[in-house]
Design a protein around this ligand. Structure first.
Ligand code: CO
Length: 207
């Protein structure tokens, strides 16, 4: 291995214990995160680091291109556990510019087992085809698809019973963000959660 991870871990433990001798004892007592973060698996988009949060503060799920797919047992389990059991009050979908998953979905190529996953991003393109095809610059079109993909994944969250119930019960909110990998800044897409909810409820109401 290029990096001595176990050596790094030893240093990290020593540093934490130096700051607070009870650090791990406290960690072991349980978690009460306020946020669920759904982001991309990209190695450059390190969730806790870019948000400046501490262990215990954010429940995290990452997959290729930060997707929320209703038949994906993994993300649906994370969502239901976070919302119904941990009772998070905010869900964040965080995409990022230069996302390899989104880029792959824009190219005509057989990607094997990735095909069904990327298909969901192609569906986002189809939904917003007119807007996207009107953007001449390819890189700008790519950036816009990254944003629209986040928006659609927020909508996918809003389609779930867990989110609809928690919104009614305690005002849970869904947020769409972009990590701008060129500057390090987080951009809030300002998804109008109550408005989207209202718009889609006619079809997607579950309770
Ligand atoms: Co990505």
């Amino acid at each position: 291995m290029k990096i001595d991870i176990f050596e790094n871990n030893k240093k990290w433990v020593a540093e934490k214990l130096h700051q607070d001798p009870q650090y791990f004892e406290k960690l072991s007592q349980g978690q009460h995160p306020e946020y669920l973060y759904i982001g991309c698996s990209d190695s450059r988009v390190t969730a806790e680091d870019l948000m400046g949060v501490l262990p215990g503060e954010v429940f995290i799920h990452r997959n290729i291109a930060n997707m929320v797919i209703s038949i994906d047992l993994n993300s649906m389990s994370v969502l239901n556990y976070a919302v119904r059991h941990l009772k998070v009050n905010h869900i964040i979908v965080c995409g990022h510019y230069e996302c390899g998953g989104v880029k792959a979905a824009m190219q005509p190529a057989d990607m094997g087992i990735l095909n069904p996953w990327l298909r969901n991003i192609r569906d986002v393109y189809r939904l917003h085809k007119d807007e996207l095809n009107a953007i001449e610059d390819e890189h700008q079109r790519y950036n816009r698809l990254v944003e629209l993909n986040v928006q659609e994944q927020c909508i996918n969250l809003i389609k779930t019973a867990a989110v609809q119930t928690a919104y009614k019960e305690r005002g849970l909110l869904v947020h769409g963000w972009i990590f701008d990998i060129h500057t390090g800044r987080l951009i809030d897409l300002k998804i109008d959660f109550p408005k989207i909810l209202q718009n889609i409820m006619e079809i997607y109401r579950l309770d």
